[in-house]
Design a protein around this ligand. Sequence first.
Ligand SMILES: [Zn+2]
Length: 467
Amino acid sequence: MRHTRRRAAALAALMSVLACGPSDGAARDEGPAGARAGAAGIGDADFPTDGNGGYDVAHYALKLGYTPASKQLDGEATIRATATAPLSRFNLDLRGLTVHGVWVDGTTATFTRAGDELTVVPARPLARGVPFIARVSYSGVPEPVRNSTNLGTYGFVPTPDGAFVACEPNGAKTWFPGNDHPADKAAFDFEITVPEGVTALANGELRGEPRTSEGRTTFRWRETHPMTTYLATATIGKFHLKKGTTTGGIPNLAAVDPRFRSTLEKFHRVSGEITDYWSTVFGRYPFGSTGGVVDDFSAGYALENQTKPIYGGFEPDDGIIAHELAHQWFGNSLSIKRWKDLWLNEGFATYAEWLWSEHKGRRTADALFASYHARPATDPIWSYPPGRARPADLFNESVYTRGGMTLHALRRAIGDRTFFTLLKTWAAEHRYGSVTTEQFVALAERLSGKQLDALFDAWLFQPRRPA
Ligand SMILES: [Zn+2]
């Protein structure tokens, strides 16, 4: 979550005046005293080079051109950020692609590349608390992350008719330079130009009708609410669209690859119905629109891209739609500060599937909990404590199933009334913010008046089946 800048900026301006005394001409030319290199990682020990230190991004403007036939991406990223330390240089995350130039506050900066790090050296050091604008011009054929122990293939994935773009946990760097870690959320503008007849789908809402000129069409999308980089998308291809609003009045856009054309009506209706239902259970919908995208790339997963969950190569059933739309509250509006707390996303979205099942008169959450708890003591979910997701196996079933069971065990301990108040309060108090497991435990204890350390310890942190 971002704090107000005004006070920090004023303080930094004062500090830089004090640092460069009037008799110290050399220091004045060099900018703020003590300027140093920003860290190559944001401080998540499990992903030491993900994200970067020394600044906080407020806004990304991504101007992209993409040609499916050649897979050529031409990009210009304009990043509005604030230095959180005096910086002589700072890093952006970018994988592959060719950088043509970098500018900071309109002045040419020098840069170097090493692995997935783009190091930018501004002509003048940056003062702490002062906003700056970095612009990066780049192009090339994006290379997604492949054979990962986490999501297999992810990032910007070229497809025959465009690209499938799903980036959890750190694939945003495959298509734009940024601070690629969920701890730094920002608003986004997208301007995506593709061949006429091709559709570009990004987060948030369309700004005006797409414009076509000389055989190329430009789509402009805007997501004004804070978003983590892994939830950003620029999914491109041939799509059938259905626009409308949910019964509750939320704009609803569904898009399906032609292969799934017959599923469009139902997909649109069910996504709307579930968004409205979660609004009654979790509180007001946090974003400006809902819906989803079914693409023809067989990813083997769905991802909760903000406002536009994406389903990779299959017709989603209502259970998985319920999961991805629950993430709009838990994972997207409320984001984790560190990947080890991933159960706050996945345990909640899994439990939402159980709540949906109960709501539809199918198996109750209680019955689902019992069926999982009956698994033998040797089942792998008991040896993997879900409260500490492991970097090489983030999406382990335990993080989902045992994470969901944790919430059900909590519900039984504090009662339905307190439990559902807790879900709404959690979503409201941390709306658009960043959260930790400790904060959730503290809120559960505050609302219930109960000491819950033993319950959370047994369910989240012990390598054995809780009693
Ligand atoms: Zn999920």
